[in-house]
Design a protein around this ligand. Structure first.
Ligand SMILES: [Zn+2]
Length: 151
């Protein structure tokens, strides 16, 4: 949101001379923060998988603002909204990390592995930060949206 991720468009705005400001992964668009985190085909693949996993419908019409200010919906408890927002942040972070691994380490894309990483990291980080609440790995995998209504 503060335009601090070093995507090519931001580097170019700061006067760094680059050969190209196009996305190095897909070459379909300029490498902006929005493109890298949301609209690049690899990012969209992760968001689709995450939204399917959480039974949250289609990912379409989501914006970076909604990801970082994700308030959830009226069905969610106050705890559930925090879980949902943390999940969105974690998925966005891992999309960024995996994109960098592809660009700088030549790693290839694997959607199921990327989803699995989101599942593991979100479980670890959210459950460790939720003192006094019980998190169950199998429930997290199979019915994570049950945490959205937990009080
Ligand atoms: Zn791209």
């Amino acid at each position: 949101m503060k335009k601090r991720l070093p995507v090519k468009l931001e580097l170019d705005r700061r006067g760094i001379d680059l050969h190209s400001v196009r996305c190095p992964l897909c070459d379909d668009d300029l490498e902006s923060v929005d493109h890298s985190i949301i609209f690049c085909e690899h990012a969209l693949d992760v968001w689709d998988r995450v939204f399917n996993w959480w039974n949250m419908g289609n990912f379409s019409n989501f914006s970076l603002l909604e990801i970082f200010n994700g308030k959830g919906n009226n069905v969610m408890s106050s705890f559930g909204r925090k879980v949902w927002q943390a999940l969105l942040w974690i998925a966005a972070y891992l999309i960024w990390k995996n994109s960098n691994n592809m660009v700088f380490q030549g790693k290839s894309w694997n959607g199921p592995v990327a989803l699995n990483e989101v599942q593991i990291k979100s479980f670890e980080w959210i459950s460790y930060r939720s003192r006094g609440r019980s998190f169950d790995w199998l429930t997290w995998l199979s019915n994570p949206s049950s945490y959205l209504t937990a009080s």
